[in-house]
Write a protein that binds this ligand. Sequence first.
Ligand SMILES: C[S@@+](CC[C@H](N)C(=O)[O-])C[C@H]1O[C@@H](n2cnc3c(N)ncnc32)[C@H](O)[C@@H]1O
Length: 424
Amino acid sequence: MSGGRVAREQPDAVEVTIDSIAAGGDGVGRAGGVVVFAPRTAPGDVVRARLSMEGRLARARVERIVTPSTLRVEPPCPHYVEDRCGGCQIQHLSLDAQRGAKRRIVDDALRRLARRDANVDAVQSAGEPWRYRRKLTLALRRRGGRWIAGLHAFDAPGLVFALRDCPITDERVVAVWREVLAASEHLPNDAAELRGAVRLLDEGAAFALEGGARWPGARRFFDAVTRVVALWWTPERGRRLLLLDRRADDVPGASFVQVNPAVSERLRDDLVRAVLSHGPTSAIDGYAGAGDTALRLAAAGVRVTAIEVDDEAVRFARGRLPDGSVALGGTVEARLGDALPADVVIVNPPRGGLHSRVPELLEHAASAPDGPRALFYVSCNPATLARDLARLPSWSLERVTPYDMFPQTAHVETVCELRPARGS
Ligand SMILES: C[S@@+](CC[C@H](N)C(=O)[O-])C[C@H]1O[C@@H](n2cnc3c(N)ncnc32)[C@H](O)[C@@H]1O
């Protein structure tokens, strides 16, 4: 449930039984006919809570757990409990319960928003549910003459606490953050707030800083953070710049690192296998990133047209794709029409989902004589996935497979396989 309007808390606490987990991770129950969203609760909990009405819904501040759910576990991260860290939402649920909740989130979105009656697979996973993150973005705040780096409290988003460790993040990323803080005297000194992201690369790490108008100490900072091999900076009101770089290869490092490589690889393996099961000679990889999926399909003999808006990624994909396959720079909404026809289309948009022009083109393609045999939609946001599927009535939903890309958080990645409804 999103924040928005400030609502007044009701004077008397009420008892709420939690039934399920909503997208975003809050527990959901009912009290006197009102749907209640209660953060950090579990299905089966009975809680006493104070409600704040937001329209016809209520947000709960839990005062006491009257009866704890059997799905609860002790959250291992001290920040989750002591600092009410907003980075994870469902660390207090067992892993099985987390995956059950994610499956239901996807199922609910498809039924309620897309009006699709889908048989959602069990949530797939790979690797470890801890120390999996290869990228960690933190808020930097100047406090008492020095910088702290941390995350926001879930119930006080303005508040940033100093992070000592993040047990869902790879220890090498945490070590780079410690180096960054040790060198923080060299950060821009004309800002009170900055944001930084550490990403692990094959060799060393990338650090991307946002904020500050001038950065005279950038060179001294880079010399001090020896694990950082590439330094990006997005100044206030400016574009992202690659400031300093000691990498041997031209690998895009600013934004194209898989956050959870084990699950990403598993998802890509499954996706490539499913695409190839249609025996395509041509395919479109829309929102292709650095072209990892396109490359795998091209290696299997498919002629691939990759479409991607980021110049750096397009350049990298072009350098890797074999003859016969191409990487088009630009938006999918602008380039998909030229790239069609193809035997299979993949779309993997960011959280906002597809531009409305994309489902329009895919609807038209579904009934074309040389139209695609299959459409694969890879989504990191069940709500926009469902909205887009509602715009694709000429495609029948054959398979829905969620992946647990971010254990301990409420995020879920979903792969949908669709076929033209004609003849089905
Ligand atoms: C979720 S990532 C997918 C990356 C890639 N498919 C992969 O498996 O690694 C979304 C990608 O879409 C790109 N993108 C965002 N909006 C776009 C648009 N309108 N048209 C084309 N690409 C877009 C982003 O730059 C990013 O690389």
